[in-house]
Design a binder for this molecule. Structure first.
Ligand SMILES: *Cc1c(COP(=O)(O)O)cnc(C)c1O
Length: 500
């Protein structure tokens, strides 16, 4: 199978090449030229299998230039009992007759980004070999919190790779900062950048696009690559857990073969829900894909009106991983839903860049509405939903998952659709214990408290164990204390790589 650029379909590359390069040279994203199909019989055959065996079946359909041994090797290095707290990897929690949570946060950093970032380093190192590249890969990451830690954990001690993470000095939570500056591994580096996320992000972008610096790196046998969610290697592992959840429900006799299931996905960059769309197009029996946003509801409006308009105030919410106004992966969906209209997609992306807005035609609008239902919830609704579910079921959701649950309630009220529904749960409640405790016990209960004490408090009040990845964080040794100005980021990279 070959991959095309969303902005020029005459570009055709292997999956290894797409994963190595991340972004196409024309600025487009790589997409598979056809979407592989799984029959109902093949889906039924997934039911008795382990998560890893299911992953191998699904990934092999897309990574056709990898041997089965190579795929198996990558999968087993990513999803195992050293990295995940449950052998099920992505377990399902049944809330009531119709509603299930797909828990994607049992990996090392307690958020769903582990599902992709645990395997990406292995896919990437294989891809580098397969394309004949001999340089050492340097992953540069600018992070607003979750991605940096997940990338550090994924790439730590992976041969042939180095990883450097920049985080904004005044832009991450205490817990997130502590997770990063205590990172262990012989190929990792972490630095704070004075300023906000945009400062860190634009500094990293500048280094990425600097061809002179690329030459300097090449002379020292290094090349840069990205662990960003535009990379196909981050998206394709996410398709697996939609099949896996359906297979688990079949196995537990919650559904019959062919029965449709809805998925509710808390969305920021449109990566996770796009993976659900691929699963549906591959033949997974899916009813509606419910796209849940927080107050940055640019996608809700897009699904309802066909107008994508990022000209609006950026809101800082209690579900920070969804605080996004440009959902990069939507470009891939637009390409598929227009039947591969690269000219149109390029024009829309150009309008987005120059005017911050574009509108799709009626036919496309209707197709989008057939597939998706869009809704949003604000912080107050998100907190109330956490409290309600905790009171009624004793199940504790994090803020991102709660956005999804609240949007599902709105969907149900509007449509009365009683199809069995899987809500994608993207973070452990411990990762956002201040908000979760505030929702359960009231704001006064958390005000002024040490964030590490709140982990203990949540464990006690919810009768849960603190996940291994967050346990003992308070007492872990700080390894990285570099802080730099935005214009010193080059020096930091050069110094970390010992460049001549
Ligand atoms: C990144 C993230 C999301 C949003 O996922 P996208 O693929 O960007 O749509 C939702 N919840 C959590 C906890 C995240 O870290």
């Amino acid at each position: 199978m070959q991959y095309q650029s969303t902005r020029d379909k005459s570009v055709r590359v292997s999956s290894a090449y797409a994963i190595k390069n991340g972004l196409a040279a024309d600025g487009g994203l790589y997409v598979p030229e056809q979407i592989p199909q799984l029959s109902l019989e093949e889906i039924a055959a997934l039911a008795p299998l382990s998560y890893n065996e299911r992953a191998i079946k699904v990934l092999s359909r897309f990574l056709t230039d990898f041997s089965e041994d190579e795929v198996t090797n990558c999968v087993n290095k990513a999803y195992n009992k050293e990295k995940f707290e449950t052998s099920e990897i992505a377990p399902i929690y049944k809330l009531d007759e119709n509603v299930y949570f797909l828990e994607l946060w049992h990996g090392p950093t307690c958020a769903f980004k582990d599902m992709a970032l645990q395997i990406l380093p292995h896919l990437l190192t294989r891809s580098i070999e397969k394309t004949g590249e001999t340089k050492e890969v340097v992953i540069l990451v600018a992070t607003s919190g979750d991605t940096g830690k997940a990338a550090l954990e994924g790439f730590r001690d992976v041969d042939g790779t180095r990883i450097i993470v920049f985080y904004p000095a005044d832009g991450v939570s205490d817990v997130q900062k502590r997770q990063m500056v205590t990172q262990e591994g012989n190929n990792v580096d972490v630095a704070a950048v004075c300023g906000n996320f945009d400062d860190a992000q634009s500094g990293v972008k500048q280094i990425f696009t600097d061809t002179e610096y690329a030459d300097v790196l090449a002379r020292n046998n290094f090349m840069l690559s990205s662990a960003n969610s535009i990379n196909w290697g981050r998206l394709v592992p996410q398709i697996v857990y939609y099949f896996s959840s359906y297979a688990s429900m079949l196995k537990n006799e919650e559904i019959t073969l062919g029965e449709k299931v809805n998925f509710v996905v808390p969305t920021g960059n449109f990566g996770d829900i796009l993976a659900a769309y691929y699963a549906k197009e591959m033949g997974l029996p899916v009813g509606k894909l419910i796209c849940a946003s927080n107050e940055n509801n640019v996608l809700t409006d897009f699904i309802n009106t066909g107008v994508y308009d990022k000209n609006r105030e950026f809101k800082t919410t209690t579900s920070p991983s969804m605080d996004i106004l440009i959902s990069s992966n939507l470009e891939r969906f637009l390409y598929h839903v227009t039947g591969g209209d690269d000219v149109r997609v390029s024009a829309w992306m150009n309008e987005l860049k120059t005017e911050g807005r574009y509108e799709v035609p009626e036919l496309t609008k209707n197709k989008i509405k057939e597939i998706f239902w869009g809704g949003c919830s604000d912080d107050a609704e998100t907190f109330t939903e956490i409290e309600k579910v905790n009171n009624k079921y004793g199940y504790v959701m994090d803020t991102h998952t709660s956005v999804a649950k609240n949007v599902y309630e709105k969907y149900l009220a509007e449509t009365g659709d009683n199809t069995k529904t899987v809500i994608v749960s993207t973070a452990s409640p411990f990762k956002f214990s201040d908000s979760v405790l505030a929702a359960i016990k009231g704001k006064e209960a958390v005000e002024g408290k040490d964030p590490f004490d709140l982990l203990d408090e949540l464990a006690e009040s919810a009768d849960l164990m603190i996940p291994a990845g967050l346990c003992g964080l308070r007492d872990k040794q700080v390894i990285f204390n570099t802080t730099c100005d935005k214009n010193e980021m080059y020096d930091v990279v050069s110094h970390m790589l010992n460049l001549a």
